[in-house]
Design a protein around this ligand. Sequence first.
Ligand code: F6P
Length: 355
Amino acid sequence: MRIAISTGGGDAPGLNAVIRAAVLTAVHRGWECFGVRRGFGSLLGESELMPLGPNEVRGITHLGGTILGTSSRGNPLKWRTQRPDGSWEERDRTQELFDSFRANRLDALIAIGGEGTLGIAFDLWKKGLPVVGVPKTIDNDVGGTVATFGFDTAVATATDAIDKLHSTAESHERVMVVEVMGRNAGFIALSAGLAGSADVILIPEIPFDINKVCDKIRRREAEGRHFSIVVVAEGAVPKGGSVSLIDPAHERLGGIADKVAHSIEQMTGKETRSLVLGHLQRGGGPTTFDRVLALRFGAAAVRLVADGKFGMMVALEPPRIVAVPIAEAIATPRRVPLDSDTITTARDLGISFGD
Ligand code: F6P
């Protein structure tokens, strides 16, 4: 067997651990592995496939990023190029990808990615490519799995940042508004906000009322707590408002912390600062939890290939790693359930969701 491995979309800590586990598991079966560089790049004539053996994956479990490189803009089914006049042209490059797959005598593709990449993997599988999926994202929003690797590391990074903000917020008696990633899911904000003792957590699943946010800050002030920490998910939306975008053409979220901070300062008179944690949350080595999950996913993906379970994705269903149809995973993106125990716990602790 000759197996191709690709990493697509935004990187997440743990990608290298998946690659290592998949390569070693395949090599132990006597199979050969090849890395597809920059998303699907090496299957679209951009670069050579990268032969992957034990030497190439030695000592990478703890490393962030991906040794294969990745791309968020390389959908072979809807390949976009910009015309000289600035407009965009879209074309389907599936045939090229299939031709390259055959020319390289590949037998299977392990596609490691989030919602977008798994959607592409599903479309390629429907067209006949033997694909197995591995869910990845710091956002934790892929359906069909209780967790994706990368999330735990991102939450640890965000929590560490919130811990550090506490001392400066308290010294200056300020409100600090910190924006975390997560796209349209509030998992990072909720977990990091709870772990980091935030006073307010704003998530996309609960549209917020800025008056309620200010009420909470005023109440703290009256109780002699002259600083507050507000954690806001990049996809959080004010009641009746819309999501904040910094790049509408590419649907890049951002800017909500600044808006919330501005309103808080105007409405409460409290000095307020905002910061965006951004890609820090995607960087660095994976936590132990993410390493173990990623290694389990990588090895399980090869077992799915061995069993011919194409069109399926590995998933965590504690305590087991199971296989779920990729179709199911992308049909139902995960969101923070409003009745979740974590939300109830945060409310019990007096944290405001701005509702
Ligand atoms: O999906 C992962 C993620 O980091 C989101 O949390 C964030 O909105 C997005 O990717 C950022 O994408 P980019 O790296 O293209 O700016």
